[in-house]
Design a protein around this ligand. Structure first.
Ligand SMILES: [Fe+2]
Ligand SMILES: [Fe+2]
Length: 368
């Protein structure tokens, strides 16, 4: 059962990374390989691994799996959401096939046609001949609120990637990812490197969400609050959608007019998010406040004594960190240690000193 859990953990880590960063992220590859490495052990002499969902149980090779870790729970939940009640995995499964399954579980990709060593179907308990195992229809598309789709499409500017993300909600996405985060040894490997400006906005948003949740969890937040922090982190820069793309993507120095335009993104983001039903009220607050500094300076400018919401301060720490870690045309990524020492100079000025301290304390071991 131990190797089975390792297998499921690796598959789910790949699924989370695939959902968030796309199937080409190196971590999807790493995790599918890791899963394949333990498959022999999982099969332990058999030809097939059979996983069935029966009510709220996971039945593996006819044995109910009683003890389930968070990733296994997540796996079960995902199977149910995808309408999958039976998965058969055969010996000789290869990396490419497993990647296709990961994509399929992530609600992306071309489906499982042509994948020989994984079969997915709907179980029929009464009569269980192979012909009764109906192939699952692969047309299912999960609901994804139109407004959010719109935000992401324009955020990314090329339409394609986000329209392919079939997820029920942002909340589920951040929580799902956080479960992965908790299982991973190295946070650094989980954060996607930002390689081009084209991918900057999305990758930065996800990184900020992860780093914000990481801090919030270390401070004792859990459940819905933790989720709300993740969603707010994910959407903190959404106001950039309303600013000319040429200005956002400009590589050279910015003129005054352009700087003033960029400085509008907190207000525009907050205004936009406050019109979206069902989103946490923290999201517009964080979007509005994330460039206000701890000492009350920054933008949009505020009356003296204005204090940011603590969640905005958490996101500001994550934002600062990820911005410095980004590879820019004129410089490479700053190392973790250098980033942290630059940040330390902002203690009590740009950033909340208590939160910064906590961030450094928890981030260093997680980055090893
Ligand atoms: Fe921003
Ligand atoms: Fe940002």
């Amino acid at each position: 059962m131990k190797s089975l859990e390792a297998f499921i953990n690796a598959v789910m880590a790949a699924v989370s990374n695939c959902r968030l960063y796309g199937v080409d992220h190196p971590y999807v590859d790493d995790n599918t390989r890791r899963a394949l490495q333990v498959l022999d052990e999982v099969l332990s002499g058999r030809d097939t691994l059979e996983i069935m969902v029966i009510d709220d149980d996971l039945v593996v090779n006819r044995q109910p799996m009683k003890k389930r870790g968070p990733q296994t729970e997540n796996f079960l939940k995902r199977l149910k959401e995808r309408g999958i009640s039976r998965v058969e995995i055969y010996r000789d499964l290869d990396t490419d096939e497993l990647r296709r399954f990961v994509e399929y579980m992530a609600g992306k990709g071309r489906g499982l046609e042509g994948v020989k060593h994984i079969r997915v179907g709907v179980v029929s308990v009464a009569c269980r001949g192979p012909s009764e195992v109906a192939e699952e229809s692969q047309t299912e598309l999960m609901e994804y609120p139109e407004e959010i789709k719109g935000i992401f499409k324009s955020m990314y500017g090329r339409g394609g990637l986000f329209s392919e993300i079939n997820i029920r909600s942002l909340e589920e996405m951040v929580l799902d990812f956080f479960i992965t985060l908790k299982r991973e040894v190295s946070l650094l490997r989980l954060l996607a490197p930002v390689v081009s400006y084209d991918e900057y906005t999305y990758t930065h948003a996800v990184n900020v969400a992860v780093l914000s949740m990481f801090q919030a969890e270390s401070l004792g937040l859990s459940g819905k609050m933790l989720q709300d922090v993740g969603v707010s982190g994910l959407l903190h820069d959404v106001g950039k959608v309303f600013i000319e793309k040429e200005v956002i993507q400009k590589k050279g120095a910015l003129g005054d007019r352009e700087i003033n335009q960029i400085k509008l993104h907190p207000l525009l983001g907050a205004k936009y998010l406050s019109t979206i039903k069902g989103i946490t009220p923290l999201a517009p607050v964080v979007a509005y406040e994330h460039h206000i500094r701890y000492d009350g300076k920054g933008y949009p400018s505020q009356r003296a004594g204005y204090r940011q919401h603590p969640c905005s301060q958490i996101v500001a720490v994550a934002d600062y960190f990820d911005a410095l870690r980004t590879v820019r045309p004129y410089r490479g990524a700053v190392s973790v240690r250098d980033t942290l020492s630059i940040m330390q100079k902002e203690a009590g000025r740009g950033l909340n000193p208590f939160l910064l301290d906590n961030f450094i304390k928890v981030i260093l071991p997680a980055m090893q």
